[in-house]
Design a protein around this ligand. Structure first.
Ligand code: ADP
Length: 476
């Protein structure tokens, strides 16, 4: 089922609310008008009763019924006030009855109800009247006064008012609907524009952006957010494309070296020693290629979020001691001085043991690679400072310029491409090291002076309750 557009739905809601408001308003106004009109006739009728009271009070108390009758008749028969009036005494004898009342059947009201003015609307013949019926006490004598007024004018006014309301309401509703729809269309128009532009954005046109709005409302926030998201996607896309291009480039070099070596070896027949030498070169390149593929895979898995680290509490000092003994032998072979200064106590951190070993291996491997043999020294230190484990790898090798220090953690970045390649590096080691350290909520930094050496420092949070909670979500 296709849903109605937001603009249409908004208009329907708006119209429903508007119609209800109009109904409540019209009904309210009609009731107020009716009450006011009622009040006008009621006040006039109450005034008429009051007038009768005053007149009766002005009459002598001992007056016989006939004399009172003729006095009242004299007073009221000539006046329009007397058109619809009946006055009777406690025994039900009438004292005055207007001629028009003599043919009418007046409403019968219970005596008790007439202690206060009792109002009744009734039709006599085809004419609507409002009656007041009230007992009045004149010097201990009880009289009943009934007076009436025509309310046809009142009813006509109310009917006319209702008709006007019924006449204008649909018109207003139509106008409100059209204006509401127009306004919602106008307000939502940018959404259509955004949708149209978004549809045209593909993998090749990721540099496109949605037209920025300056409305300061939700729509502006939406387009800004979408543009920010596009920026992130473009950047990620760019990184992937660059990564693929760089990786292909890096892989092409060893493969073409292997090919060349094999082609040269096969060009003419050679002695066993030459074949061995060629195969040794081929093997070396194949090993480098395997290492490179391993690194590429590690980064690809890191990017895809599938590289899950196995975080466990571990003693980093023990892991470093184990590593150091291996590197001491490498140092011997390469003719470098290697020393380690590790603290005496345990260094408990939460981490993936093999990933952290890999980081130290990368740093030590670099230190050995970029430190010339005679006189070269490399040291591995571990200490505890400010609640953090600090491991540093120091060398007195070639050093790195200030500008390069900012870039060496980038993928495939090598200060001296040829030299690094010769050493077997593709510029991925530090990028992998940085990713691993960041996954441990730690940080890796470099301090270096060109020609004097470098210090790579890793800081990791020590295993504490808070860190455990962050790194090991399954622990409470
Ligand atoms: P690579 O595999 O090429 O060593 P890395 O990512 O490990 O790649 O390092 C990037 C670059 O940083 C290296 O090519 C090198 O130029 C520089 N570098 C890293 N460690 C050192 C160091 N200890 N001394 C001097 N330069 C270094």
């Amino acid at each position: 089922m296709t849903r109605l557009s937001i603009g249409f739905r908004l208009t329907i809601w708006y119209l429903t609310v508007f119609a209800l408001a109009q109904l409540a308003f019209g009904l309210g106004m009609w009731l107020i008008l009716r009450e006011n009109l009622r009040e006008v006739t009621r006040t006039a009728l109450a005034g008429q009763v009051e007038d009768v009271r005053r007149f009766l009070e002005s009459q002598p108390s001992s007056q016989p019924l006939a004399a009172l009758r003729s006095a009242v008749t004299d007073e009221y028969s000539a006046e329009s006030d007397g058109d619809y009036l009946e006055i009777s005494d406690a025994d039900g004898n009438w004292i005055y009855r207007s001629p028009s009342f003599s043919q009418m059947k007046l409403p019968q009201i219970a005596r008790a109800a007439m202690a206060v003015p009792a109002y009744i609307d009734t039709r006599i013949g085809d004419k609507p009247f409002r009656f007041i019926s009230q007992h009045i006490d004149i010097r201990g004598h009880d009289f009943t006064v009934q007076a009436a007024r025509s309310i046809s004018q009142e009813i006509t006014t109310l009917d006319r008012f209702r008709n006007y309301l019924l006449l204008f309401a649909p018109g207003l509703l139509v106008i409100a609907g059209l204006v509401g729809y127009g306004l919602s269309r106008k307000a939502l128009m940018p959404v259509d524009t955004v949708t149209r532009t978004a549809r045209t954005i593909t993998g090749q046109t990721l540099n496109q952006r949605l037209q920025p709005l300056h409305t300061g409302d939700e729509l502006q926030r939406l387009t800004d957010t979408l543009n920010e998201m596009l920026e992130r996607i473009e950047l990620a896309f760019q990184r992937v494309t660059e990564f693929t291009a760089d990786a292909s480039h890096e892989l092409r070099t060893p493969v073409s070296l292997i090919r060349t070596e094999a082609e040269l070896a096969l060009r003419r027949s050679r002695g066993e020693a030459e074949y061995r030498e060629a195969l040794r070169h081929i093997l070396l390149e194949a090993e480098r290629t395997t290492a490179l593929i391993e690194e590429l895979l590690a980064l690809a898995r890191a990017d895809s979020g599938r590289q899950a680290l196995n975080i466990q509490p571990l003693d980093l000092r023990a892991a470093l001691q184990e590593l150091a003994s291996g590197w001491r032998q490498v140092a011997n072979v390469r003719g470098l001085q290697f020393s380690e200064r590790l603290l005496n106590a345990e260094l408990r951190v939460l981490g993936d043991a093999s990933a952290l070993r890999r980081v130290i291996d990368i740093l030590l491997d670099n230190a050995f690679k970029y430190t010339p043999a005679p006189g070269g020294t490399v040291s591995l230190n571990a200490e505890e400072a400010n609640g953090r484990a600090v491991i540093s790898v120091r060398d007195n090798g070639m050093g790195i310029t200030e500008a390069d220090q900012h870039r060496i953690f980038e993928r495939f970045y090598r200060v001296d491409k040829a030299r690094s390649r010769e050493m077997g590096g593709a510029g991925l080691g530090l990028a992998i090291a940085q990713w691993i350290v960041q996954q441990h909520h730690g940080k890796i930094t470099v301090e270096s002076t060109l020609g004097a050496g470098s210090i790579f420092r890793i800081e990791l949070p020590l295993a504490s309750k808070e860190v455990s909670r962050e790194l090991l979500p399954q622990q409470s």
